[in-house]
Design a protein around this ligand. Sequence first.
Ligand code: ADP
Length: 436
Amino acid sequence: MFRKAHWLFTILCGGSTAAITIIMSLFYLRVSEKSLYDNQFQSFQNDISTITASLEQSTSVSMQWLARIEAQNGYTIYIVDNGAPFLYNSLRGSIDSSGQILLAESLYAYDSIFMIENLDPEGNSYSGIWHTEYEFTSPSTGDTYYASLIDIERNRTLSQIVILSSMASLRVSIVRQRILFVLIDLCAIIALFTFSWFFTGKLLKPLQENHEKQLQFVAAASHELRTPLSVILASNECCQSATDEERIGFSQTIRKEGKRMNHLIDDMLTLAHSGMNRFQIERKAVELDTLCLNAYEAFEPLCEQKSIELSLSLPDAPLARCHCDSDRIAQVLSILLHNALSYTPQDGSIKLSLIYHKERKTYFEITVSDTGIGISDKEKQHIFDRFYRAEKSRSTKGHFGLGLAIAYEIVTGHHGKISVHDNPPNGSIFVVRLPE
Ligand code: ADP
C-alpha cells in the first residue's frame, strides 16, 4: 500500500513540478528567441541606415566600398540599374543563376516592380534615397534572409541596391539554444523526480511507522484480551458440571479476569485517545506535595504487606502550585509506584520525592526510586513503548506493558519529561519533570 502511494506521490509531485519547469522554460525560450530575432533585425537596420547615410553623401556608389561592407558584415549585395534587373553583382562581377533567382525573389517579396513603375508618375526629375527592410524566405531554397531594398534616384535614373543578410547563423544559434534547453530540462526533470522520490519517502515514513505501530498495537491488544477471555470461557464451561463450592471459585476467577479485561480496556482507551489528540488535560493550580502525600498514603499499606519500606521526601518550604491535571499526574504517580512495588523484592525500599527547581527555569521534579531488579540499558530504550514488557516481567499477571506508555503520554501532554536511570547498586529511578 505504502509503496504504491510512494510511486503515486512521486509521479504527482515530480510530474507537476516538471510540467511547471517545462512551461516556464518554453516561455523563456520563446522570449529569448524573439529578442534574438529582434536584435539581429535591429542591428541589420542600423547597418542599412549607416550605408544609406554614406550613399546620400556621395554622388556615386563605389563598388569597393560595397565589397567592403559585404565582407565585413557577411551580406550579399546586388545592384539593379535604372529598372533593368540583374545587371551587376558587385562582388562576383556578373551575377550567377542562383544569385539571379535570389535577387528576383527578394524583389518580388517586396513587390519592387510596382514601386519602379509608380516612382515618378508625373515625369518630374527629383533625387533621393529610400530604403526599407523586411524578412523573406526563398521559395526555391527555403533559406531565410533579412533584406533591404535601397532605391537611389538621381536625375531620372533609378538604381536599386538589394542587401541580403542570411539568417542561417541565427537559425544555428537558435537550434543550439533549443538543444541546450532540452538537455537542461531533461536534467531538471531527472533531478525533480529523484528529489520527489526522497521527499515523498520522507513524508510517508512517519505515516508508515504509525501504521505499523497501530498494527502492532491491535495485534498485542487482541493477544492480551484473548488470555482473560479464554479463562472466562473455560471457567464458565466448568461451572456447568461443578459442585456449588467449585462454582464459587470459578465465578471468583471470572470476576477477577473480567476486572483485568476492564483495566486493560481502560488503558487502551486512554492511549487511543492520546493518539487521536482527544487526550483531555484539565489544568488547575495543583499542590504537588499534597498529590505526592496522597499517593504515598495509598501505597504505604501495599508496601507494608510486601515488607518494602516506602519513604516520602518533600521540600520544607511552602511550594508554588503546579498548573497541571491533578488526576492525570496522580495516575502517573500510581503507575510509577505500582511498578516500583511490582519489581522490587521483599525487604527492598522505594522512595518518592519532590523537588522544586528555581534555577534558570522553574520546574518540579518528582522521582520514584527503588532497589528492585533494575532495567538494562537495552530495555530502557523500549519501556515507554506500548505493550512492551521485559522478559522477566512477562509472567507477572496484571501487567500489560501499557503503564509507562500512558505515563509518557500524560507527562509529554503537560510539556514535561519522563526518564529512567539506574539506582546503583541495583534498582531504577524514574524522574518526571513538570513545568510550573
Ligand atoms: P507493565 O504493566 O508491564 O509494568 P509498564 O509500561 O509499566 O508495563 O512497564 C514496562 C516494562 O518496564 C515492565 O514490563 C518492566 O519490565 C519495566 N519496568 C517498569 N518499571 C520498572 C521498575 N521500577 N523496575 C524494573 N523494571 C521496570
